[in-house]
Design a protein around this ligand. Structure first.
Ligand code: NOJ
Length: 560
């Protein structure tokens, strides 16, 4: 039996019909599949080797055909790119490298014409050291009122030569950099939880609140459907900026309690933002990137008068293990249900090793197989799912980038992130036999990171129409998910008895009953056949009997 069981005639809604459904639905975000576009690496419209907004706009029909509901764009604002755009100089301007504000406007308009919603990244924890406020604060020196908008402090030690406290940058090294006076003498220090080029805002200052409220309105007025809030847990710091007392504090996706993360004061900010979102028609949403010690703490960001969703990093960081996955699924559903928010699920993004590679540790040849099985599990869970560009092609992490092409600031700051983030940011292959594989318009043209030679076989062109390809597998999964509302909707799963290493759960809704079975072991396992198979992540024989042999690392969806 083929994996593409949903391709049978009449088994999927036409795209026009599913668009109509999407357009009219209330609470669209509760079960939306949201596709992350990393603008640098999606599609290069002008051939300079860097992805851009016109490139994305031209490829919107591809995303529509893929079957996603919304697109989240990582930052495309004016930025010196010290952290790939997460260092912003002007929050209401498009960096010329990505295009113009008109391009952003056109992109949003075209996306809406296709019934795709657009979510933009908002970076409120820090800006760029080239932001006007920070440049002026440095220029004016101690006593400048602009300094109050950041965290400037005198150093410790006899001559102020030691940082004001022991906080470490998430990218490695101290979280403080010392300033230099105009006459060349050393001055105060400023706080940056990330790179030195990303000074943290002081959210105790009303001007920072006012500024971000007007930035929200700027993009909402332009018509965007929501925000992904970068470092949503970091804006408020504990009073007095107390020492932590040990080193090796926290890395990206870290969940340890820290005086600079998950302080209760952040919630007041999100309550005020929610009011603004609710002033606009069309259910504008906000999704928090919040790394907190527990899912219950994450749920606090999603109380009815705060944000709509939060990324489920606990799910992302859980290995390919039936018991652990079941536990995190249960914990997530319970915690989110308590505040009436949908759970979210994510396997890959621009900060982590791609899941086909990550889930394969110790079983390298099974990476793609596990990746596909993991995707089908994720898309069967109630709530909203996030996809990262290229995962629909089964792209692996690029693990052999030469040091001289790397751009991740974490790589340069003592390899605070083990220098891994460039490997998931390599421009994606669209077509052709040679780099940049249609990423840019010119054959043999540049791409800001080199693409592996094997990627010719993984391009969209190479996979399009091939029923065994990962691209067609994702298209089928998203089509079935649209056709069977029981898939994303709802709040619970009912676990079914299953052999060790196998997960089986039922989802009931007024639209019907659905079962998902996942064999997380490497070996074939006999499981009950609860109904008609809809889709499988790998080939298997459905047979006629009451049980079926499920090959290792395989997920099946069943209509009951
Ligand atoms: C989280 C973003 O996802 C990451 O790419 C960025 O480096 C940090 N926040 C700092 O903005």
């Amino acid at each position: 039996m083929s994996q593409h069981l949903a391709d049978a005639p009449g088994s999927t809604l036409s795209s026009a019909a599913s668009s109509a459904v999407a357009a009219g639905r209330k609470g669209w975000w509760r079960d939306a599949v949201i596709y992350q576009v990393y603008p640098r690496s999606f599609a290069d419209g002008n051939g300079d080797g860097m992805g851009d907004l016109p490139g994305i706009r031209a490829r919107l029909p591809y995303l529509k055909q893929l079957g996603v509901d919304a697109v989240w764009l990582s930052p495309f604002y004016a930025s010196p790119q010290a952290d790939a755009g997460y260092d912003v100089t002007d929050y209401c301007a498009v960096d010329p490298m990505f295009g113009t504000l008109t391009d952003a406007d056109d992109l949003v308009r075209d996306a809406h014409a296709l019934n795709l919603r657009v979510i933009v990244d908002l970076v409120p924890n820090h800006c760029s050291d080239q932001h006007e406020w920070f440049k002026q604060a440095l220029r004016e020196g101690p006593g400048s009122p602009l300094r109050e908008r950041f965290h400037f402090r005198p150093g410790k030690g006899e001559h102020g030569e030691l940082p004001p406290n022991d906080w470490e940058s998430i990218f490695g090294g101290p979280a403080w950099t010392r300033t230099t006076h105009a006459d060349g003498t050393p001055g105060d220090w400023y706080l940056h939880l990330f790179a030195a080029e990303q000074p943290d805002f002081n959210w105790d200052h009303p001007a920072v609140h006012d500024e971000f409220r007007s930035i929200l309105r700027f993009w909402l007025d332009l018509g965007i459907d929501g925000f992904r809030i970068d470092v949503a847990h970091g804006l408020v710091k504990a009073a007095g900026l107390p020492d932590i007392g040990y080193s090796g504090q926290v890395r990206l996706l870290g969940t340890e309690a820290m005086p600079y993360f998950d302080q209760d004061g952040v919630h007041e900010i999100y309550r005020s933002w929610r009011k603004i979102l609710d002033e606009y028609e069309g259910e504008r949403i906000a999704v928090a990137e919040a790394w907190t010690p527990t899912v219950e703490r994450s749920a606090l960001y999603l109380r009815p008068d705060e944000l709509h969703q939060a990324f489920n990093f606990e799910y992302l960081t859980t290995g390919w293990d039936a018991t652990e996955l079941r536990a995190v699924i249960d914990r997530s559903l319970t915690a989110m249900d308590a505040v009436g928010a949908p759970a979210t699920w994510v396997l890959s993004n621009h900060d982590v090793v791609r899941h086909t590679t990550r889930l394969a540790v110790g079983a390298e040849e099974r990476g793609l197989r596990r990746g596909r099985a993991a995707t089908l599990l994720m898309l069967a869970l109630p709530g909203s799912a996030y996809l990262y560009q290229g995962e629909e092609l089964g792209l692996p992490e690029v693990v052999d980038l030469p040091d001289e092409v790397r751009q991740d600031p974490a790589f340069f700051r003592n390899s605070g992130q083990d220098g891994t983030r460039d490997g998931c940011r390599v421009p994606i292959p669209w077509a052709g036999d040679s780099a940049p594989y249609g990423f840019g318009p010119v054959e043999g043209g540049p791409s800001w990171l080199p693409q592996p030679a094997e990627w010719a076989g993984l391009s969209i062109e190479a996979q399009d129409g091939d029923p065994t390809s990962t691209l067609e597998f994702y298209r089928s999964a998203l089509a079935v998910r649209h056709e069977h509302p029981a898939l994303g909707a709802g709040r619970t799963v009912t676990w079914l008895e299953a052999p060790e290493g196998v997960l089986a759960f039922r989802r009931d809704s007024e639209h019907g009953t659905f079962v998902c079975t996942v064999n997380l072991t490497a070996l074939p396992v006999s499981v009950p056949a609860p109904g008609r198979p809809l889709l499988a992540s790998a080939d298997f024989e459905a047979g006629e009997g009451e049980s079926v042999v499920l090959p290792g690392d395989t997920t099946v969806w069943w209509a009951v």
